[in-house]
Ligand binder design. Structure first.
Ligand code: DSN
Length: 428
């Protein structure tokens, strides 16, 4: 029986969310729209099966097909990211990062990661996160223009002697020099972890250099630029040892340490429907069209950045090399929270964000974060993003003007009508 017949209340809520996605401009840079094929695998009977363990060594019977599904996802991940080992079981990005800590560190060890307000992530050492409470977290910031400051990173590494250094960001609009992190990690004898959650799709698409043979371990979510289901992977190099063998915490053993950290360390049964959908997303990402997609994300981001800057909006680092940008609204007298709310009202979804050295608080910071992966998935091109930039600037400069808001809503409708999202999907 269809969902609308068994639970019409829920079907209506899903339809309302579908309408919101269909008729709005989704510009949160960590969000994307999966293909109907990914959606089909994600909604599949994989969810019915328990399979604790790894392919070929499970704690449950009846795993002959989920073994093949997981092996397919692993093989595709290894090929596309050029690594020896891929664990595709982490439930999402934060548990994936937790698994790396659990695998490589002892509680109380020192880690060096970016400050959240400068584009890091909670799991990179935020004081109220496990990473900042169970571990001694030291945070690096940025230079006055918002770029990574490798002198500061090196000085902090030398001063605090971290066991692990983390690179990878949620709000950094520029290319990351992985090799510089490698050098600093080697200087102080630290593990180097790269978190490519935001840029995995750009890496596969050749738009950003890959850290997977430079870092000791690389984590990624699968639902951002990679355009898969909500999930994560941990990528590393080396071989997996016999499960009965005790292994030392050295680089060569990272695949074994990671597998053991996920299960039995932290998780139970893998989400086989998600694994299936990850396999589909990796298959899609291996096609030549995905390279065009990744390139278009960046072209669109550059077009949006230029449009905003032409309208006098200040961007952190004055532009972007990737899929996102952070606009500093201080000079407009509008807070990030006000901007997020006003943009929501006209159907443009962004999120408030701190800017480097923000004088305001994270719940009402000075900026907003904008990105182009989702709009690019529905076919937006540079000229569309130029128009979107003009709309955003117009709204931010006239935040209380109802007639301007009505005009913007009309243009948003024209743009979304021009690029339909899921024409065949219907929940009620
Ligand atoms: N919540 C994600 C983001 O929006 O960047 C990071 O995990």
């Amino acid at each position: 029986m269809k969902l609308s017949q068994t639970d019409n209340k829920l079907a209506q809520l899903l339809q309302a969310e579908l309408n919101r996605q269909e008729h709005g401009l989704e510009m949160i840079p960590s969000e994307n729209f999966v293909s109907p094929a990914v959606l089909e695998a994600l909604g599949s009977i994989g969810t019915n099966k328990y399979s604790e363990g790894y392919p070929g060594r499970r704690y449950y019977g009846g795993c002959q097909f989920v073994d093949q599904i997981e092996n397919l996802a692993i093989a595709r991940a290894k090929k596309i990211f050029n690594v020896d080992h891929a664990n595709v079981q982490p439930y999402s990005g934060s548990p994936a990062n937790l698994a790396v800590y659990f695998a490589l560190l002892d509680v109380g060890d020192t880690v060096l990661g970016a400050n959240l307000s400068f584009g890091g992530h909670m799991t990179h050492g935020l004081k109220v996160n496990f990473s900042g409470t169970l571990y001694k977290a030291v945070n690096y910031t940025a230079d006055k223009n918002g770029y990574l400051d490798f002198d500061e990173i090196r000085n902090l590494a030398k001063e605090h002697g971290p066991k692990m250094i983390i690179a990878g960001y949620t709000a950094y609009p520029r290319i990351i020099d992985w090799q510089k992190f490698r050098e600093i990690a080697d200087e102080v004898g630290a593990f180097f972890m790269a978190d490519i959650a935001h840029i995995a799709g750009l890496i596969i698409g050749g738009q950003h250099p890959s850290p997977t043979r430079i870092a000791d371990v690389t984590t990624t979510t699968t639902h951002k630029t990679l355009r898969g289901p909500r999930g994560a992977m941990i990528l590393s190099n080396g071989t997996v040892s016999n499960p009965a063998k005790k292994v030392e915490r050295i680089k060569e053993n990272i695949p074994t340490l990671i597998d053991r950290a996920i299960i039995p360390g932290l998780q139970g049964g893998p989400h086989n429907h998600t694994t299936a959908a990850i396999a589909v997303a990796l298959h899609e990402a291996s096609k030549p069209e995905f390279k065009d997609y990744a390139k278009q994300i960046v072209l669109n981001a550059k077009a949006l950045a230029e449009s905003l800057m032409n309208e006098g909006i200040k961007l952190v680092t004055d532009g972007t090399d990737n899929h996102l940008m952070v606009a500093d609204l201080s000079s407009l007298g509008v807070s990030g929270k006000e901007a997020e709310t006003a943009l929501d009202e006209v159907g443009i979804t962004v999120n408030k964000n701190t800017v480097p050295f923000d004088k305001r608080k994270p719940f009402d910071p000075s900026g907003i974060r904008l990105g182009t992966p989702a709009l690019t998935s529905r076919g937006f091109k540079e000229n569309d993003l130029k128009i979107v930039g003009q709309l955003i600037a117009k709204l931010l400069k006239n935040i209380n003007d109802a007639s301007i808001k009505e005009g913007i809503k009309k243009t948003v409708k024209e743009l979304t009508d021009k690029h339909p999202l899921y024409p065949d999907l219907k929940y009620n």
